[in-house]
Design a protein around this ligand. Sequence first.
Ligand SMILES: Cc1cc2nc3c(=O)[nH]c(=O)nc-3n(C[C@H](O)[C@H](O)[C@H](O)COP(=O)(O)O)c2cc1C
Length: 182
Amino acid sequence: MVVGISGASGLPYALDLLSALKAAGVEVHLVATRGALEVLKSETELKPEALFALAHRHYREDELAAPIASGSFATRGMVVVPTSQTTLAKIAAGIADNLLTRAAFVHLKERRPLVLVPRETPLPLPALKAMLDAAEAGAVILPASPGFYHRPRSVEDLVRFVTQRILDHLGVPLEWAPRWGD
Ligand SMILES: Cc1cc2nc3c(=O)[nH]c(=O)nc-3n(C[C@H](O)[C@H](O)[C@H](O)COP(=O)(O)O)c2cc1C
């Protein structure tokens, strides 16, 4: 699985997903943008090395020769969590100017699952148009927008709700958060 982290608010979503994928025994190839590492500093106490340690392999955004830049490298899919509006617009337009956007382009071209988790509010027209374009190109737009019907008691419960939806869309069979009806 390829996990991309871009510079939107919501690094706890990325950390929770990485923990879930580890629990599910999924091999993770991680690419974080420079923007993501900036947000990591603002939102957590973690050093980048601690983030990278949650993946089997990790890459800088300028490592364009990494395996995940090629469609010949087999993956189950990719998620960009969180997805900044910059990264979303680039993916929607087919701009592959760093390893994250290149890997996303590859997932679209190979018709493999690509889940985008944008975090921004309110959404201006360019963002809405980019979401439409990305969805038409085959991506799943899965906003970081947790429900409340499972009666969350903590921020972790809210984060896990979003992680569960991502896992479901990537076809990872892991029960990470309560479901409607549980
Ligand atoms: C602390 C912090 C929070 C940010 N939050 C968001 C956000 O929630 N959504 C967003 O689209 N951009 C956000 N940004 C702006 C992006 O980081 C910026 O547009 C950057 O160019 C994104 O680059 P990237 O997509 O290559 O990571 C934030 C920036 C910082 C420093």
